[in-house]
Write a protein that binds this ligand. Structure first.
Ligand SMILES: Cc1ncc(COP(=O)(O)O)c(C=O)c1O
Length: 386
């Protein structure tokens, strides 16, 4: 049989991990320890930090989605990113895009600088800064595309080729796109990381992270870090994430379509300083997004001009919960400079383009009309705020 469509593979994700009962969803396997009959003859599982059927089922499904031979699941997106950053040796240079999630910035500027990496920045919007950074011979190039929270993109095929020519390993945080919208390994990127807390889980009730590569040496290193340091994903979280993945295609299609409607509504409002959504023809990366992504994603951000207006807007929304995450079935909203990007200094916020009036919307799967009504009411309140 030819390879089944991804929607079919998702609906049946993890089925073969039943371990003999006929269950169509793998049962949660909570044991920390697995008995062996002989010292030198362990069974398929030995100890839960090393391996677990729920984690293995999830890893197999995500590897299939990204087109990788294997995937390594961690306790959070940050744990997966930390493992990928360890691919840069002590004393090595990491070249990172300025436009990235605040937790990645925190990892880079604290723990990884403390262990001896040198950090250089470039901007996704400035190809000269990328080339200048590559000329410094970094060990690792860190990308986020689309970026959090401004949805800037970088040409993955071109960047992967430039980095490869310079002998630099590339890592991308693919959380905002998911492999349904963008498969970076096919463009030549070396390592993909995800916060599975977001779209993979999809219901704001589990935390996790995944790292993958086509390169067996990198995969082996990531697996070693997962097992030796003990930051592996727990069985219950693996179960929830796999359950979420079974409907990823349906959730994401609705969320992207809603986000498009929300972005178009916002773009029609005369009082907004900016609306950021790659699906809008006015977005600087619109054409690239059309080439590189299967859809434009479900995050929209907008600049309401001032911090008081932005806060009044966020606090007036009723359907969008003001909260620290994204990618759930329910819509969420946030104020990047005090929430997801609170770790950035004032200068670095400016350099990343995060203005005081910026709000981020994670658009869920509710009725688009209800979401737009909610936004219209909150904009009215914001407009009366000085
Ligand atoms: C783009 C992106 N990457 C990584 C993370 C970190 O993931 P986690 O919270 O699962 O550690 C986040 C969290 O918001 C994120 O938005």
């Amino acid at each position: 049989m030819s390879k089944l469509h991804v929607d079919t593979r998702l609906a049946h994700a993890g089925e073969r991990y039943d371990l003999g009962t006929g269950a169509v969803m793998p049962p949660i396997s909570l044991a920390s320890t697995y008995r062996r009959d002989k010292v030198d003859a362990p069974g398929p599982y030995t100890y839960a930090r090393i391996d677990n059927p729920n984690r293995a089922a999830l890893e197999e499904v995500v590897a299939d989605l990204e087109g990788a031979p294997d995937a390594v699941a961690f306790a959070s997106g940050c744990a997966a990113m930390d493992a990928a950053l360890q691919l840069a040796p002590h004393g090595g240079v990491v070249l990172a895009c300025r436009e990235l999630y605040g937790g990645t910035y925190r990892l880079l500027t604290s723990l990884h600088q403390e262990r001896g990496i040198t950090l250089h920045w470039f901007s996704l919007a400035d190809s000269a800064s990328l080339q200048a950074g590559l000329d410094q011979k970094p060990a690792l190039l860190w990308l986020e595309s689309p970026s959090n929270p401004l949805l800037r993109l970088i040409d993955l095929r071109k960047t992967a080729a430039l980095a490869r020519a310079a002998g630099v390993r590339t890592v991308i945080d693919n959380t905002f796109a998911t492999p349904l919208l963008q498969r970076p390994l096919e463009f030549g990127i070396d390592v993909v990381v995800h916060s599975s807390t977001k779209y993979f889980g999809g219901h704001s009730d589990t935390l996790g992270g995944i790292a993958l590569s086509l390169d067996p040496v990198i995969l082996e290193r990531l697996r070693f870090i997962q097992r030796a340091k003990g930051g592996a994903l727990a069985p219950f979280d693996a179960y929830l994430t796999l359950r979420g993945l079974r409907t990823l295609h349906l959730r994401l299609a609705t969320a992207c379509s809603n986000a498009h409607a929300v972005a178009e509504f916002l773009a029609r409002q005369p009082d907004l300083a900016a609306v950021h959504y790659p699906g809008l023809p006015t977005h600087p990366d619109h054409a690239l997004a059309g080439r590189q992504m299967a859809d434009f994603g479900a995050i929209v951000s907008a600049d309401l001009g001032t911090a008081p207006r932005a806060k009044a807007f966020l606090e007036s929304l009723e359907l969008f919960a003001l909260g620290d995450s994204l990618g759930g079935v329910e819509s969420l909203c946030s104020y990047a400079s005090a929430m997801s990007h609170a770790a950035l200094s004032a200068d670095d916020l400016r350099a990343a383009g995060i203005t005081p009036g910026l709000v981020r919307l994670s658009v869920g799967i509710e009725s688009a009309a209800d979401l737009i009504d909610d936004i219209a009411k909150a904009l009215n309140v914001a407009q009366q705020t000085r």
